[in-house]
Design a binder for this molecule. Structure first.
Ligand code: AMP
Length: 279
């Protein structure tokens, strides 16, 4: 396994070892957990050369957000990736990715301003920019991304389509704790009592899904029930929406391809999750 810190080292490593191979890529911000590792595992199975990037991208955090306290543990991440047979780890620093005078940004209009983008202005601009830069450096055939960050996948698929990139996103399932909480680096912020309350996200989503299975298709009723479940656990709702899973446009009535997406604060920790309501 090779570890590179600069763009030129990374390009060289790929030209030497990765040429003529199907390159799979897993972008991460580090503090790796079972969710990330499931992507690495799938990448390893579906490609010939597995590249993982570890870069805590400041451009996708707002000024009041948790960049400074975001968990970091590079040594542990590297050990984990070694045991998962990654071929190349790219761990650039900010000077590599945003040298002084940096001023070029990618904005996927519309899709970046709704849902998580409405409460995190600039977030998807930061995500799209860093992922485009990483795609240019690594030139992967496949990029493995988790459906926990569902809007991120839709924004990046649109960027890939609009900019005629040849990388294909492989959507990977959400990995959950045994009580259903979606695994996230931010779960580490939760105190024990908050951790218990955090199961309200999956409970709200599962309840809505069951109501749909029982024949209720009215988004207002489904969202209102989900809101009740979150509020019973003292969660503060950022948004709960039912959307078309291709366009992210809101649906008044559930139809095939509908998803419920939500973002909820448990204490000061903002958590997101989503579920398919009707396939
Ligand atoms: P992050 O380090 O938070 O930027 O996440 C890197 C990648 O891991 C993204 O594609 C996420 O969607 C994915 N990911 C994070 N948590 C999970 C999870 N619980 N299950 C599946 N994928 C995940």
């Amino acid at each position: 396994m090779q570890i590179t810190k600069t763009i030129s080292e990374t390009r060289e490593a790929l030209a030497t070892s990765g040429s003529h191979k199907k390159i799979g890529f897993v972008p991460t911000m580090g503090a790796l957990h079972k969710g990330h590792l499931s992507l690495v595992e799938k990448c390893h199975l579906e490609s010939d050369f597995t590249v993982v990037s570890i870069y805590l991208n400041p451009a996708q955090f707002g000024p009041q957000e948790d960049l400074n306290r975001y968990p970091r543990n590079l040594e542990r991440d590297i050990d984990l990736l070694r045991s998962y047979d990654a071929d190349l780890i790219f761990t650039p620093d900010d000077v590599q990715m945003y040298p002084e005078g940096y001023c070029t940004w990618v904005k996927v209009e519309g899709l970046s301003d709704i849902l998580c983008g409405a409460s995190r202005p600039g977030h998807f601009r930061g995500v799209a920019t860093i992922v485009l830069k990483l795609i240019h450096i690594i030139n992967p055939n496949l990029m493995f991304m988790g459906m926990k960050d569902y809007q991120q996948i839709i924004v990046l698929e649109k960027m890939i389509q609009d900019l005629n990139l040849e990388t294909k996103i492989v959507r990977c399932p959400i990995i959950r704790e045994s009580d259903g909480l979606a695994i996230s680096s931010r779960n580490a912020y939760l105190g024990p009592e908050e951790r218990q309350r955090a199961t309200c996200l999956i409970n709200a989503l599962k309840t809505a899904q069951k109501m749909v299975n029982d024949g209720c298709l009215d988004s207002k009723i489904l969202i209102s029930e989900a809101e009740n479940i979150i509020r019973e656990s003292d969660g503060k709702i950022d948004y709960i929406k039912i959307v078309d899973s291709s366009t992210l446009q809101e649906l008044a009535e559930v139809k095939s391809n509908a998803k419920m997406l939500l973002a909820v604060y448990i204490g000061n920790t903002r958590l997101i999750d989503n579920i398919e309501l009707l396939s």
